[in-house]
Write a protein that binds this ligand. Structure first.
Ligand SMILES: Cc1ncc(COP(=O)(O)O)c(C=O)c1O
Length: 380
């Protein structure tokens, strides 16, 4: 099989719903309510019911979702927010954007998710919130983080950007935190046709505050009580999300079946496959291997064979240039640093065929064996 396999291909999924989307677009276009159209409210109701949260507010993107959650809690200069060093930059960026200080707590080596025991060590009188990320679609220990935050009377925010539909103990992510922050960037498990996001909330006053802040601090037109911003979910994106939402569980099931096939194929290869805790439903936004010693060489070999593998993320947040002023040296968060050197994500999308999964698995095994035989590692 010589054809190229990308890390993600949205074309087939889009083709399957294009007639429905075009009809919905025509409806919005002819209705003329491009901002605050009825689809936005309908999506918010459907999404909160799906997540199992009391409220959902559509916003412009996942980064704004996080910023708005922190702002709704009045977190700002002088405050600290504890989060993971191993995530997309937006997880820490939102803390800096409100003027607070990100404080990192290391991850569990098996799940790549923040370790509640390490979080507990970082809580000080200045800590106002903890942001837990459900990385790659695998839930972090939201139950333990919720209990820890309750004990210290601080807020718990879930970064659900990569984990729409994931659950633990039968409860979906986004229903544990004071806020659940979702991104509907097109590549996500629930993806719009552009930038989009949502914040789920348990308390009505929290949901109202998010909606007000996202609409120029205004509850009533031309009356502004807060410094807000323009971060509304637009009607066309809400229309797409309404069409996709009922399909996400089915797509996630297919992602799980693909993951199970990769894991079975790769067992005994020496490559470390993703770890699912009992009663956790990982939705495989990414299928991420840990590749001891030969990660970069395997990455290059797969890419040269036409299989796009990607390193999410090559530099932990505490080692990013922007966070050098926090003075976290290499060695501060050993589990995150090992992860950045070893992770490799394989192609993952519901339309990937079993034959493609088998082909990718065979390439991984063949290349990894050859690399081991040659001892051609980068690390010693
Ligand atoms: C973990 C995480 N948080 C936040 C975001 C930000 O979402 P957006 O790109 O919609 O702003 C992303 C997006 O990739 C993400 O992966």
């Amino acid at each position: 099989m010589k054809s190229k396999i990308p890390i993600l291909d949205l074309k087939e999924q889009t083709r399957a719903i294009d007639a429905e989307v075009l009809a919905a677009f025509q409806n919005v276009i002819l209705g003329g309510m491009f901002i605050k159209g009825p689809e936005v409210k309908q999506f918010q109701e459907e999404f909160s019911a799906w997540v199992g949260a009391s409220h959902a507010v559509g916003v412009a993107n996942g980064t704004d979702a996080l910023v708005l959650a922190l702002r709704a809690l009045d977190i700002g200069p002088g405050d600290e927010v504890v989060t993971t060093p191993f995530s997309f930059i937006a997880t820490a960026e939102c803390i800096s954007l409100v003027g607070a200080r990100p404080v990192f707590a290391d991850i569990r080596p098996d799940t790549f998710n923040i370790d509640p025991a390490r979080v507990a060590e970082k809580i000080t009188p200045r800590t106002k919130a903890v942001i837990g990320v459900h990385l790659y679609g695998n839930p972090c220990d939201a139950t333990a983080l919720r209990a820890l935050c309750d004990k210290h009377k601080i807020a718990f925010i879930e970064d659900c950007a990569q984990a729409a539909g994931a659950s633990l103990g039968g409860r979906r992510v986004g229903s544990f935190g004071d806020f659940g922050c979702f991104s509907f960037f097109p590549s996500k498990n629930l993806g719009a046709f552009g930038d989009a996001g949502a914040v789920t909330a348990q308390r009505e006053e929290h949901a109202v505050k998010i909606a007000v802040l996202a609409d120029h601090g205004s509850r009533e037109r031309y009356h502004h009580d807060h410094v807000g911003t323009n971060s509304r979910l637009d009607t066309l994106q809400a229309a797409v999300l309404r069409i996709k939402l009922p399909r996400v569980d089915g797509w996630n099931e297919r992602r799980r079946a693909i993951a199970a096939r990769y894991t079975k194929n790769l067992s005994g290869s020496g490559l470390i496959t993703p770890y699912e805790l009992p009663d956790y439903r990982h939705v495989y936004h990414q299928y991420t291997l840990r590749v001891p010693r030969y990660r970069d060489a395997l990455h290059a070999a797969l890419n040269s064979d036409g299989v796009t593998a990607v390193v999410y993320y090559p530099i932990s947040l505490h080692l990013q240039k922007v966070y050098l002023p926090l003075a976290c040296e290499r060695g501060s968060f050993p589990s995150a640093e090992t992860a950045q050197d070893e992770v490799l994500s394989l192609p993952m999308y519901p339309e990937l065929s079993d034959a493609q999964v088998d082909h990718i698995s065979e390439l991984c095994i063949a290349h990894y064996r050859a690399l081991q035989a040659r001892g051609a590692g980068v690390a010693g």
